[in-house]
Write a protein that binds this ligand. Structure first.
Ligand code: GLC
Length: 420
């Protein structure tokens, strides 16, 4: 008994001396592409530096499934997960469950991140999470096939893209039945909201809901954008595209079976990997524009927040500060094409060498269009689900663009009627 007390006493002294005893914190990170692997590696680097341990909580692939799971944990006030990886559209939805990092992280450290992303993470003055990486939709294309079919540059409009995709598809299918023109995220989930927002904005059809919270989706340009996308299904895109998420699209493009792909930056590092069939044959361009519009990329990205139910908040904050810091963001940019949220890293030569388009397409990243999560706050998820379901109906031929946006507008007004 005496011995045990002595040991506890010793542990207490060590703890007091090193400020905090070594603890285990649990980190919930993503699992798309290399996400899990790079998340584990980063957590290990921090663990080595601090003597703490990190347990990784494996999250589902689709952002909607992650949200559902996290909401269950948070509603139960569970202390099982200390640090959560949060989608850029979630802070308004989940802010009450997270520690205010404003008072815990020095302002200079917060201010090294892009202002707009810090703003997206700030809810009623509370800094819900620290930015970890940012995302924007991009058009990937096969440089070798564009040359083979006589094209000098990537398409500037969706109509041009569809015509090029058709010509390349017709030619390639003579020897490869699995070849398709264009792959993207057409499954009814958050990824479809991102893709469809790009079409609608690029046709000049607005952002579903404007900054002031007005529903703007019921317009002819938005309808035309959805009809254009529906025309790709079963012509330049396979019927199955309406079931694809990010990874399904990447799988097809990376195995050499598509001319064009819409995806996030992470697909670059994997496409250029040694086991990729298209290594050295990939071009990246801004997404095309619609009739009378201009190109648009949806703003995505992920942040790290500390749960208020965590029993190890100080240690969890230390982990978040390390992972969101410049050293780790640089490694992730080089190894996985995860776009830094720290502005000065876009001038880092090693990062630019690994990902040349970080420099040439910088304006795509800095001008990316936000989904309406700011104005719709806790209702964003309902809004997004209503939007992606309406889009899905058009893609599956159940509705035409004009009827879909009219009905959606009524549905959104009903959600708004309950307050946002
Ligand atoms: C990417 C984006 C995220 C978006 C998701 C949709 O992970 O970073 O913001 O919600 O894709 O699938």
């Amino acid at each position: 008994m005496k011995k045990a007390i002595a040991i506890i006493g010793l542990t207490a002294v060590i703890a007091a001396n090193s400020q905090a005893a070594a603890v285990t914190v649990t980190l919930a990170c993503g699992a798309v592409g290399q996400e899990l692997e790079l998340c584990k590696a980063g957590a290990d680097r921090w663990a080595k530096k601090t003597g703490n341990t990190v347990k990784i909580f494996e999250s589902p692939n689709l952002t909607n499934d992650r949200l559902g799971l996290y909401q269950q944990q948070l509603a139960a006030k569970s202390s099982d997960i200390d640090v959560y990886q949060l989608d850029v559209v979630w802070p308004g939805l989940l802010s009450q469950h997270f520690v205010d990092l404003k008072t815990k992280v020095p302002a200079a450290e917060v201010n090294q991140h892009f202002k707009g992303i810090v703003a997206a993470n700030t809810v009623n003055g509370k800094l819900v999470a620290l930015p970890w990486f940012t995302d924007a939709g991009l058009l990937y294309y096969r440089t070798d096939l564009l040359t083979k079919y006589g094209y000098k540059t990537a398409p500037k409009t969706w109509a041009e893209m569809a015509a090029m995709a058709k010509k390349i598809q017709d030619g390639e299918q003579k020897t490869n039945k699995s070849f398709t023109g264009f792959v993207w995220q057409g499954k009814n989930y958050e990824g479809l909201t991102c893709n469809a927002l790009e079409w609608v904005v690029s046709f000049g059809g607005g952002t579903i809901i404007d900054d002031k919270g007005n529903v703007t989706i019921n317009n002819a340009r938005a309808a035309a954008a959805l009809d254009a996308a529906a025309s790709w299904v079963k012509s330049v895109s396979p019927a199955g595209v309406t079931t694809y998420g990010e990874e399904e699209a990447r799988g097809i493009f990376q195995s050499g079976n598509a001319a064009f792909m819409r995806n996030w930056p992470y697909a670059w590092a994997l496409g250029q990997g040694d086991d990729s069939k298209i290594k050295g044959k990939i071009g990246v361009a801004p997404l095309p524009s619609g009739t009378g519009g201009k190109p648009a990329a949806t703003l995505g990205g992920w942040q790290l927040g500390v749960s208020t139910y965590s029993k190890n908040q100080a240690t969890a904050i230390s982990l978040v500060r390390y992972l969101a810091g410049p050293e780790e963001q640089k490694i992730r940019a080089i190894e996985g094409t995860y776009n830094p949220t720290i502005e000065r890293l876009y001038k880092d030569q090693a990062i630019l060498k690994a990902n040349p388009f970080f420099g040439s397409l910088l304006s795509v990243f800095t001008n990316a269009v936000a989904r309406p999560s700011g104005p719709t706050k806790s209702k964003y998820n309902q809004v997004s689900q209503a939007f992606s379901s309406a889009v899905s109906d058009v893609l599956n031929g159940k509705s035409k663009g004009a009827a879909a946006v009219a009905k959606l507008s009524t549905d959104l007004a009903r959600i708004k009627g309950r307050g946002w």
